[in-house]
Design a protein around this ligand. Structure first.
Ligand SMILES: Nc1ncnc2c1ncn2[C@@H]1O[C@H](COP(=O)(O)OP(=O)(O)OP(=O)(O)O)[C@@H](O)[C@H]1O
Length: 281
């Protein structure tokens, strides 16, 4: 498998009044097309800073060092224009709260076609056809109607589907999904996760899935990298890591949230399902 995204020895450093602080500390991983790699860890472990560094979207006070390759391109050395092309056109981004990325005063049609016209230099009518197809691809039953609507007229789950569809119109090799289901209720959360797995299988995109929820990892990911205090402390196939975690931090993550009920039993291609412990919050 050739990696579409490659991160080698990535560090992200903040200069603070108490001195330098490493939010990401010597992190390395790869993501191939057609796989879901979950980056899991508690709040503050450095997951978002890792993905922002990959897109060169870090806050100004942060500096990244190391080697980041996206489809072979050396991200830290790219010019501004080339970087804009990587963002969106080669790697799509999906965030926790679609309202932060969707423009409230523009119709869905406008937002879904803008990037296409800019990045792909195609006509408005061709862009509209692609946008409609992408909405259908993410399971939206009446794409025509949704295209005429504004973000606030859609439910949270629909907005997240629209965000995913917008990312897909550019046919990126990979998606970075940062806590894509955290703001959704449980049923819709499961639908969006199923959609990500379906897209991976059908379209062959690689997905870097950032989450604090080990249950989401078990349901969705092929491989997992566990982060703690800026470092990857454990990485491997989901089944292997969750059924026999080596690091005490991973054991703690599992024990504090969930009990495994299927990991040790035979399973098909789906990752193990986790059940919440009775009384757990
Ligand atoms: N502007 C900043 N200045 C200094 N430190 C920062 C800044 N922004 C983030 N950090 C620190 O960087 C570390 C990593 O943050 P990051 O947002 O990547 O964590 P995370 O794992 O994504 O957590 P969450 O799930 O809460 O987003 C944290 O300790 C955070 O406090």
């Amino acid at each position: 498998m050739t990696a579409f995204l490659e991160v080698k020895n990535l560090s992200v450093r903040f200069e603070t009044k108490d001195g330098p602080f490493l939010a990401v500390d010597d992190v390395s991983f790869e993501l191939a097309r057609g796989e879901i790699l979950a980056l899991v860890g508690e709040s503050g472990s450095g997951k978002s800073m890792t993905s922002l560094a990959m897109m060169r979207l870090l806050p100004e006070t942060a500096t990244a060092s190391g080697d980041i390759r996206i489809d072979g391109a050396d991200v830290l050395a790219l010019g501004r224009r080339a970087m804009e092309d990587v963002r969106g056109a080669r790697v799509g981004m999906i965030f926790q709260e679609p309202m932060t990325s969707l423009n409230p005063v523009l119709t869905i049609a406008r937002q879904m076609t803008e990037g296409l016209v800019r990045h792909r230099r195609i006509s408005q009518s061709e862009a509209t056809i692609r946008a409609l197809a992408a909405l259908a691809d993410v399971g939206i039953a009446e794409p025509d109607r949704v295209m005429r609507q504004y973000p606030h007229q859609l439910s949270g789950g629909m907005r997240q589907r629209v965000m995913i569809a917008a990312a897909l119109t550019l046919d990126p090799g990979a998606l970075i999904a940062d806590e894509p289901t955290t703001a959704l209720d449980v049923t819709v959360q499961a639908q969006v996760l199923d959609l990500l797995v379906d897209l991976k299988n059908r379209l062959g995109s690689g997905i870097l899935l950032i989450t604090h929820d080990i249950g989401v990892v078990a349901e969705t990911a092929d491989r997992v990298a566990v982060m703690r205090a800026g470092r990857i402390v454990e990485m491997g196939n989901v089944e292997a890591v969750l059924s026999a975690p080596r690091h005490s931090y991973t054991k703690g993550l599992l024990a504090s949230h969930l009990t495994l009920d299927r990991v040790m039993t035979k399973r098909g291609s789906r990752p193990p399902r986790l059940t919440e412990k009775a009384g757990a919050v």
